[in-house]
Design a protein around this ligand. Sequence first.
Ligand code: HEM
Length: 244
Amino acid sequence: MNSLRRLTASAVVLSTLFSTPCCAQYPDMVLGSYLDPATGANFTTWTAKPDSSGSGGVTFGVVLPADAAETDATEYIGYLSCASTSADRTGWCGIAHGGHMIQGLLLVAWPHKGQVLTSFRWATDYFMPGVYQGNSTITQISSSVNDTGYELIYRCENCFAWEDGEGYLGSMKSSSGELGFGYAQAADGPEDAGCPAGITLQYHTQGYSTWVGAVDGLTAPDYSALADGYRRSLCRVRGVKPQV
Ligand code: HEM
């Protein structure tokens, strides 16, 4: 029964992604790259432009393990850079693994007192997502916050397969050659911002989109070294908060 559910979930993710009429209802993401000067990691990135009032904007980047095209990756190193509307309206931004808000792993990030906090979330409908009950883990590599935005580099383990704690299983497979992602962004930050498990989010007023990335362009031959180097560099990162 579980394997049937798993198959169904994967099929739903893929069929919905690929049957979406190409990009008609979603704003285009602009393909680019970002070289992290601290580590030399070279991220393939997708950028959402600011909204119609000129506020917001998100860049998301990914580096995958070297063999991800042959062997399904279970983790990635991510780069998230999100613009704030102002020093007071700092907002939140998030990534949907699988490309859909519903029944895919959601990662939400927001600035709080000079740090970037995160929370894994899970949605069964287009409402405020609850706390994710699965075993994904995020490790912050570096982060920065200023009046115009916030940035996070992180390692996301067990982030390409998900479960909701009630038997629903889903995944995306890097060996298929493509991975689906989505983003969302809101102008106002979460309520209860200092408590990742207790946040309340407003709707993503500044935009959302979904897209598919080719795995070939995302792999890094030195992924293991990057991940190990990142682990060591964690000792130098100050103020990393417990993640939910
Ligand atoms: C209060 C919280 C939230 C509400 C009420 C909400 C509501 C919605 C609604 C109504 C849509 C469909 C919009 C349309 O088709 O025109 C949508 C789409 C979407 N949402 Fe959310 N959302 C919330 C939080 C989030 C979060 C935290 C993420 C990501 C971390 C996210 C990612 C997405 C994405 C990628 C889409 C487009 C793809 C899809 O339709 O599944 N949302 N959301």
